[in-house]
Design a protein around this ligand. Sequence first.
Ligand code: ADP
Ligand code: ZN
Ligand code: ZN
Length: 739
Amino acid sequence: MAIDGGNAAILRLAVPVPLRRLFDYLPPAGVEPASLVPGQRLWVPFGGRKLVAVLVDVVAESPHARLKPALAQIDSVPLFDARSRAFLHWAADYYQAPPGELYAAALPAALRKGKPADHWAEQWLQLTTEGKGLPDTALARAPKQQALLQLLLQRGRESRTQLKVLGHSTAVIRALGERGLVDWTAGPTVPPPVIDDNTEAAAPPQLNEEQQQVLEAIPAEGFSASLLEGTTGSGKTEVYLRLMARVLAAGRQALLMVPEIGLTPQTLRRIAARFPEHNIAALHSGLAEGERAQAWLSAAMGTADIVIGTRSAILTPLPRLGAVIIDEEHDGSFKQQDGVRYSARDLSLVLGRNAGVPVLLGSATPSLESLHNALSGRYQHLRLRNRAGNARPPQISVVPTLGQPLEEGFAPQVLRHIGDTLARGEQVLVFINRRGFAPALTCDDCGWLADCPHCSSKLTMHRRSRQLRCHHCDYRRPLVESCPQCHSRSLSALGGGTERSEELLARRFADFPVIRVDRDTTASKQALDRLLAPARDGEPCLLLGTQMLAKGHHLPRVTLVVIQDADGGLFSADFRAPERTGQLLEQVAGRAGRGDLAGRVLVQSRFPEHPLLQLLLERGYGPFARQLLQDRATAQLPPLRAMALVRAECEEPRWAEEFLQQARAQMQTLAPPSPELAYLGPVPALLERKSGRFRFYLQITADKRGVLQPLLARFCQWAEGNKNRRLRWAVDMDAQELA
Ligand code: ADP
Ligand code: ZN
Ligand code: ZN
């Protein structure tokens, strides 16, 4: 269709609805089509609602008749540049996700809700071409103007807010403006500095030879993928900082991706202290909505030089991108587990290729995926084999627990070691992989067990808050004093958790602070930072907690690490469990002896002879992971094959199962099972029932990723026609969890 007989402008938009296509609209009434550019947001009517959509393309014709006009233009400048749009569409295709949902996932909440971007705009003073070309001494007789000019030469530009702080008066600015040396532009505000008073400007250490070699091996120009495998404390972060410095010197943006719990104030301080003259934007879930929008805009508009973020930061447009660094690349938090189930780690390589910049994946315990890519030559394999600074590797021993007189799960010799370490004035870290008091409550007389009414799981006893809680759906009920079934008062708490160990340890070592760190004690990153303050001060103390303690925190006075139970992951039905257990144990063990003092690690196990555990403890994660890779090859599992899950869940289990049976039949007519393509299922998920819904999945593995894509696309096409509103389905490409 055409308007006025001339070239019609039709807007092709990504609308945040669960349909895998774009939608055509007419320009909003009264809006000049020429002012509509891809990457802007618009309000559109959709099924009686008003939604925020992103303009993807302006076209001349639409296959659809009777288009509606969009309601209003939100942005005057595009938020997504062309490269970022191409990247998001690639990701939508790869993960079989609705493009509108990908744009929504990329935007911070405030912008997703349609708040205008210029709400966070700032006036920036910059040098004009004449200003830049001025000889150094030209303004020698006007020292205030000269000082401002000098500042702008150094920093490129400066915000009105900051100029005021620095004491540059309006008169001086006007004088320079009248000479045609400076002018104002509008741009996003830079988020408030992440630094606080404790920040000391750190002089960078001299790189050791290994670090130097690693840094030189990363090409300055063009796309490259490198895996940096280096034990905890080997100086990986120092390599990241140098790579960032290189990127910043070239006038480009550095993106540093960190795990959900790795973005600690401590990490931010270290980076801010190294680059005091650069703008840093931190993108994470701990920010208020406005702060997050501000940080996002400064990244997307190119004002921020360094962008540090958790998972969704990978979707942020970065117009001057110069390098992508993924710290702790093995971390599970890089994979989104609901909605658009993307992997930020995997996408970083796509982004790097699109932008033509280096991608550096770093870890002490690389994922089997990345290790496989490095060993097969697809990534450059870089290694740091020694600890940087003075720290030496810790000494690791296994403590067999079977048949031992345990006290709340601790062997007597372990308690003795803890006492000795504290008495020497050093710190102890105890790792327990479960929070709460005990993972189950049972009746000694009739065998009743406290179950979650909504999930196929037990309720965890929390003694402090006097509650029984489900760790899967967050159902809570008051702790019972007697058995609801037979009214017996003899109830037993089975197994242990952080609360239970805390009680014992606080009693046994009453002269020392016992600091418990888990999700229940740390509502925010700041709370965690505060909680750890005594430990950082170096006082003897006992830290105990879950994997929150395993990373990000540099605690140089910890000399003893105790792993209460190493066995859990070795016997799980999830084929990835041994990999995760190995990573966790190695990361926790790496907390020992990070400073000048030697470290010791005690690992309790009922099965000290388990070959995988022995391999891990005696030879380390590297050889352990290589063994696991061989096992995966034998079992035809990822990363040796590509794997996707099609998931379905429903209150009525039969419906979910039947839906997946039909899905399988559909896909098999397109591609029958063969040596290159295998179907498994539908099978119940490891946690079969969650929040009242029964969960099933269909597993498809293939030699090549490319085989899976058309199959999944076909499935989505079919499944979008599903009319059963109570049944939910999802495609999980490169699934990480079978749970
Ligand atoms: P990783 O990220 O591998 O755990 P870091 O980069 O945090 O390691 O380094 C561990 C410790 O060693 C830090 O305190 C860091 O400041 C120090 N360090 C790193 N590189 C050097 C070096 N070349 N010389 C001296 N100290 C170093
Ligand atoms: Zn009972
Ligand atoms: Zn539950």
